[in-house]
Design a protein around this ligand. Sequence first.
Ligand SMILES: Nc1ncnc2c1ncn2[C@@H]1O[C@H](COP(=O)(O)OP(=O)(O)O)[C@@H](O)[C@H]1O
Ligand SMILES: O=P(O)(O)OC[C@H]1O[C@](O)(COP(=O)(O)O)[C@@H](O)[C@@H]1O
Ligand SMILES: [Mg+2]
Length: 341
Amino acid sequence: MRIGMLTSGGDAPGLNAVIRGAVLTGETVHGHEFLGFKDGWRGLVENDTMPLGRHEVKGVSKQGGTILGTSRTNPFEGRGGVDRINEVMTENGLDAIIAIGGEGTLAAAKRLTDEGVRIVGVPKTVDNDLDATDYTFGFDTAVGIATEAMDRLRTTGDAHNRCMVAEVMGRHVGWIALHSGMAAGAHAILIPEQRTSLDQLVEWVTSAYDRGRAPLVVVAEGFTLDSMDDPHSERGLDAFGRPRLGGIGEQIAPLIEHRTGIETRATTLGHIQRGGTPSAFDRVLATRLGMAAVRSVNDGHWGQMVALKGTEIVHVPFENALGKLKTVPQDRYDEAALLFG
Ligand SMILES: Nc1ncnc2c1ncn2[C@@H]1O[C@H](COP(=O)(O)OP(=O)(O)O)[C@@H](O)[C@H]1O
Ligand SMILES: O=P(O)(O)OC[C@H]1O[C@](O)(COP(=O)(O)O)[C@@H](O)[C@@H]1O
Ligand SMILES: [Mg+2]
């Protein structure tokens, strides 16, 4: 078979390991050929391709980013649509597409499979917010980077007796904040799922400070104080029309300082969390998902994505993964909150 492959949406460490896992299994075990589409759906709509074989995937699983490039192009906009995509697939002699992306990418893939295009999906999100899979690759790397950054913030915070605020990614969910905050021993973790009050935050910060600690506050970019209507956004919209988040740490730091009198500094980790070398866990998960995507193609599991359930890789219809975010459950937050302050 000839299989096209694309990566779409924000990048996540491990994308290249998925690509390598699929290409190596597909070529050596099953005799398939692969073709890369550049920059997500844009490459498929515009027929912008690149060779994708053993040579191209040599040594890439330790590289961040994606050798195929990515974008947030909607395949139904502009000159896109199902007829155009079928035309490009026929022109390239393709039997199937492996689409690696987040909820939006899978929503697009579902629409296309409903119209007869043969697509299998591989879930991608550093936020870990996709339902129907236990973990997504990229999340473990992001948590590791954030934890290391917080360990560093704590030593400088301790030296000056300051309160340190660390802002991490997490548009709708607080998984990165919860895990990195727990790992770093944060005195408060603020996540989109929990609309915390400034009074509560001040209580946690003061209690830690009064015990002689330099308070560490971890905040997810999508967090809103109970006095705010929407998550903080000051940088316009992204290519898909969503507000670009970021900056809530800088907003709450002066509020903490004003209310407590404790000198407070904020650091936004931003895209550092998504860049660079994937962790070993993410490389293994991504490689297994790439290999499983090829098995899905062999078995004709169109309209399904591969997913992690416990330690097993399973197949899940796109619709089961869409429409519902995997948020931080109340009991996981309550458990972490026992150690706040
Ligand atoms: N309902 C939809 N139909 C078609 N395309 C969509 C839909 N929702 C999102 N997209 C497309 O999904 C892609 C990005 O979304 P996603 O895969 O969730 O990544 P990210 O969360 O990193 O932005 C873009 O190509 C966007 O245009
Ligand atoms: O700067 P960009 O590429 O628009 O992405 C920012 C957004 O992407 C994210 O990293 C989400 O990425 P995922 O789709 O991989 O979960 C959010 O945390 C953040 O709001
Ligand atoms: Mg996403």
